[in-house]
Ligand binder design. Structure first.
Ligand code: BTN
Length: 254
């Protein structure tokens, strides 16, 4: 990643987060793990940590996140965040990324970016208490090139399908300023101001879904707290747990 890109970002971000540390590592186990380590050691100034290669990238629910050097954008943002209700944060983050990247990127609750029915990227949010302050570590992984791995449980996409030729520093410059604004707004106003824009990109809307506990139903949007609403045989269920995964069932053939 060129130094110029890092300097540009530092300048762009200064009004939102004076003193933000912007660091690019050639290799790390996981940018989230590294920032959580720093937080636990009591030293986490607001930091944007970008990795050129991650060797133990992590996803939600204990899964691993695989990326090949040069073929993905992987970064984490660690910062103090004063949030009353954390439940909609990953939705607001996903929305911000999608809006900064392409009008046709869809969102799959709670925090996946989808391109043409395939997974383009994901978000892993973790928190740590540092004294009286709560820190958030917001990890973002976006494939630039579609990973060529037959063992992936979810079909994958690459950002270059939407933005031909885009590289990691260009993608980073596109997403980070909007992300900062989103986080500041979320601190002040919660998920409510993001609800309508999320709904417009909701890739699960009216889709038949199966929850990880086996419940089947039809997704019908999210509520004002960011919980997924699923029409089931027992009525509308608000799915709030971030530990629940949702699988859209394929469209029935016409
Ligand atoms: C998911 O889809 O389950 C979330 C994937 C999040 C991956 C990113 S890559 C940068 C950051 N570091 C990690 O180890 N994970 C996140």
């Amino acid at each position: 990643m060129p130094h110029r890109a890092v300097d540009t970002l530092r300048e762009q971000l200064a009004p939102w987060m004076p003193g933000l540390v912007v660091q690019v590592l050639p290799e790390v186990d996981s940018t989230n793990t590294e920032l959580m380590r720093r937080a636990r050691a009591g030293a986490l100034p607001p930091t944007l940590l970008v990795a050129l290669a991650q060797i133990a990238g992590r996803g939600r629910m204990g899964r691993s996140w695989y990326s090949q050097p040069g073929a993905a954008l992987t970064f984490s943002l660690g910062l103090p965040l004063q949030v009353r209700d954390w439940s909609g944060l990953s939705l607001a983050v996903g929305l911000s990324l999608a809006q900064s990247l392409h009008p046709d990127i869809r969102l799959k609750w709670p925090n996946d970016l989808w391109w043409q029915e395939r997974k383009l990227g994901g978000i892993l949010i973790e928190t740590a208490s540092l004294g009286a302050q709560r820190h958030a570590v917001i990890g973002v992984g976006i494939n630039l090139v579609r990973p060529d791995r037959p063992d992936l449980s979810t079909p994958a996409a690459g950002l270059q399908e939407a933005l031909p030729g885009v590289d990691a520093s260009q993608a980073l410059e596109r997403v980070v300023p909007g992300l900062m604004q989103t986080l500041r707004r979320f601190e002040r106003e919660g998920f409510a101001p993001f609800w309508a824009d999320f709904a417009a990109r909701d890739g699960l809307h009216q889709r038949a879904v199966t929850l990880s506990d086996g419940t089947q139903g039809t997704a019908c949007g999210v509520n004002e707290a960011g919980a997924l609403l699923v029409h089931t045989a027992a009525g509308v269920q608000a799915v709030t747990s971030s530990e629940v995964s949702v699988r859209p069932r394929p469209f029935a053939p016409m």
